[in-house]
Ligand binder design. Structure first.
Ligand SMILES: Cc1cc2nc3c(=O)[nH]c(=O)nc-3n(C[C@H](O)[C@H](O)[C@H](O)COP(=O)(O)O)c2cc1C
Length: 260
């Protein structure tokens, strides 16, 4: 048995959880190939016995980059078994439920749909800064949850968290409003004079949205507010609304295997 896990991860949480899924399935002698949606040119499902997709939550729903991937995903004739998970700062969100519905429309058999709480990388926009202790606890709980989900999937037991139609409707309304606000929100990201032009943000922006002009990093209009640039900057020179942020994702962003 072999699975494939497609993920998008702005700042490392969703990839960190993907790594935990890989470890957890390994305990059952099952291998999972991890594929970053950003570099998935050809989508190949045929060699696999099951499918997993992981996404962060941006304003209740999955970011558009995940939707675009789902649009390209081939239709499934053999009712391939699937796991859908989201990572978000809160305990629950509509994203996984919305993604599951899209997969089911394509013929996938979603066995597990789960919301895995992880540190909120956008605490300076919504919510509040998670303390070191809160982060540690969330990571421990995430590991336990992944192990439980893996066991249930192997035993073919269905889990559908946050599955109400009401929440999906809220999620879609929120997604639409948020996406229309993105161009304005992304203008909050700027670099300071301290920027050393190392190019790490530029090389790793999922949308190729950053260039250097006149000695400054310029953030263009294609931003999806994944916050990778802010959290990975080696000298914390990228600000939000002119303020430096606490780069709480530094450790987990290592799981992204950035282009150095
Ligand atoms: C623009 C934006 C919007 C977010 N909206 C929500 C939200 O609606 N609910 C929530 O619980 N977390 C929200 N978050 C927090 C992230 O979903 C969470 O930190 C996630 O685990 C980040 O995953 P990543 O590191 O793989 O990108 C938001 C984060 C960003 C950047």
């Amino acid at each position: 048995m072999k699975g494939v896990l497609y993920y998008f991860s702005g700042t490392g949480n969703t990839k960190w959880v993907a790594d935990r899924f890989k470890e957890s399935f390994k305990l059952y002698d099952i291998n999972i190939d991890l594929v970053n949606i950003e570099s998935a040119e050809e989508i190949s499902i045929k060699p696999y016995n099951f499918f997993i997709i992981g996404s962060p939550v941006h304003a209740e729903a999955a970011p558009k980059i995940v939707d675009d991937f789902l649009g390209r995903l081939p239709k499934e004739e053999s009712r391939l078994r699937a796991i859908v998970y989201s990572t978000q700062g809160a305990k629950s969100a509509a994203a996984a439920s919305i993604v599951s519905k899209k997969l089911e429309q394509k013929g996938y058999n979603v066995i597990i749909q789960s919301n895995i709480a992880m540190p909120n990388n956008y605490y300076f926009g919504v919510g509040r800064l998670p303390t070191e202790n809160m982060q540690k606890k969330m990571l421990e709980e995430a590991v336990e949850k992944v192990e439980i989900l893996t066991k249930n999937f192997i035993e073919n037991k269905h889990i559908k968290e946050c599955n109400s139609l009401f929440r999906r409707v809220i999620g879609k309304v929120s997604e639409k409003a948020y996406r229309s606000m993105l161009p304005k929100l992304s203008k909050n990201i700027t670099s300071t004079k301290e920027c050393s032009k190392c190019g790490l943000c530029l090389r790793n922006c999922p949308k190729g949205n950053i260039t250097f002009e006149n000695g400054h990093a310029i953030f263009h209009s294609n931003c999806i507010l994944c916050l990778r640039c802010i959290h990975i900057c080696p000298i914390n020179a990228i600000t939000y609304k002119g303020k430096k942020i606490n780069q709480i994702q530094k450790e987990r962003a290592k799981s992204l295997n950035l282009n150095k």
